[in-house]
Design a protein around this ligand. Structure first.
Ligand SMILES: [Fe+2]
Ligand SMILES: [Fe+2]
Length: 427
């Protein structure tokens, strides 16, 4: 059987390829445009695909649009319903509206990520494909992790999880910023109630991230140097830091690595944004802190449900990696974060960014790659990655896409390494 997999996320693609390569020949597309091109090419060569997987969330042409285009092309080529290509949509979204829309557009099946190998094979059998019995019976370890993550998502969707709430102060500041003319004085009145946060704000204003000429000694001047939006970012960062702590030792170690990764990413994103001189990028630091928030809650939920599972298990990490972006986006929606945070959290692992993708997500993606390269990866195993030609090339391309000279990579890398020495103790 000839299979086309259109999926832009590396981890999901790898997992799907692993399952499918036992039953068919795979061709890969990392976006919808490419999927359609490959579909046309195979048709022209009179060797069409038997099955296509379309991920819903892809840059350029998304899965639903690709589904629509393929079905239209088939009907203009007079291909009958029974002979047309089998299309399976894959997504982390279980929104009924999405599923209904895909069925209406003509998909044959809809699978929610992450899914078990057995579920996939059963679905293929239902669609008329031949799957050897021994494959269906095979239960491997990775499935139990996939099932665990799927269970968490189901619980989350049905509202069974009690989500941590943002601290009272963040809420107060959020509503202050929504006012038509918020002032530094109003902000100071809210913040000075908490001595710890006030002191930390002053330290941050004096840190390499915001350093001015004079040493700041009081809250009001610190807030003036930071500005309202930046101050909001820092307050949220300080209060969020508590979420990255656990009494469970292995979990705490994992959270520490994730926190350092998030902080390095935030710091790097800020330096990249400064190169662009774009005033619209005021929230970029907080976006860096928040981008992997989905991982934080998934790992905490896993330890709560199955404390015996080893956290660093690669199958478990792969399952988390596959869904953390979607899960994180749901979380920040519930937290009423500004809407421009959502694409950043949701799409920061895209491999290609279309022209209209927005600078913020492109910057966070770039920062994520750069800090992982210098040893601040989100997992302990990432820290051994180091620099390689592929990453260097990817970084150069991303810098060019952002309109920054790739020669600046080295400068920013050194600035991040230098700042991290003092920043880690600040928050
Ligand atoms: Fe991530
Ligand atoms: Fe990350």
């Amino acid at each position: 059987m000839k299979v086309l997999i259109a999926e832009d996320e590396k981890i999901s693609r790898k997992a799907l390829m692993k399952s499918i390569s036992d039953v068919g020949d795979c061709t890969i597309a990392d976006n919808g445009k490419d999927a359609i091109r490959l579909f046309d090419q195979a048709y022209a060569k009179k060797a069409p695909f038997d099955l296509v997987f379309l991920d819903i969330s892809m840059p350029d042409i998304n899965g639903m649009q690709a589904l629509n285009i393929i079905r239209q092309k088939e009907s203009s080529r007079n291909i009958s319903r029974s002979d047309r290509l089998k299309i399976i949509m894959i997504s982390t979204s279980m929104r009924k509206a999405d599923i209904k829309k895909c069925i209406k557009l003509g998909c044959d099946s809809y699978l929610c990520k992450p899914f078990k190998k057995q579920k996939l094979y059963k679905e293929l059998i239902r669609l008329g494909f031949d799957i050897p019995d021994e494959l269906i019976a095979d239960v491997d370890g990775s499935n139990s992790y996939t099932e665990l993550v799927a269970k968490i998502i189901r619980r989350f969707n049905s509202g069974e999880f009690t989500l941590p709430v943002l601290t009272h102060m963040v809420q107060e500041v959020q509503s202050l910023l929504e006012k038509s003319e918020p002032s530094i004085e109003d902000l100071a009145t809210i913040v000075e109630k908490d001595a710890v946060i006030s002191t930390k704000l002053i330290s941050v204003a004096n840190s390499p991230l915001y350093q001015g000429v004079e040493l700041i000694k009081n809250l009001k001047t610190a807030l003036q140097r930071l500005g309202l939006q930046e101050a909001m970012s820092i307050i949220t960062t300080i209060t969020n830091k508590n979420l990255f702590h656990s009494e469970n030792k292995p979990l705490n170690k994992y959270l520490n690595t994730l926190w350092t990764h998030s902080l390095a990413c935030a710091c790097c994103a800020k330096y990249i944004a400064e190169e662009i001189h774009d005033k619209g990028l005021q929230s970029i630091f907080l976006m860096g802190i928040i981008h992997d928030i989905g991982k934080l809650f998934l790992i905490k939920a896993i330890v709560e449900i199955s404390p015996e599972k080893p956290i660093e298990n690669s199958d478990l990490q792969a399952a988390i990696m596959e869904v953390h972006t979607f899960f994180g986006a749901m979380l920040i929606k519930k937290w009423n974060f500004p809407t421009n945070f959502i694409p950043v959290v949701k799409n920061h692992h895209w491999e290609k960014f279309p022209g209209d993708a927005g600078k913020e997500v492109l910057i966070i993606h770039t920062a994520d790659l750069l800090v992982t390269e210098i040893g601040y990866g989100s997992q302990q195993t990432d820290s051994q990655h180091g620099s390689n030609n592929k990453t260097d090339k990817a970084l150069s391309n991303l810098f060019r896409q952002l309109g920054i000279d790739p020669d600046r990579i080295k400068v920013i890398r050194d600035m991040v390494l230098d700042s991290m020495k003092s920043l880690t103790d600040l928050f």
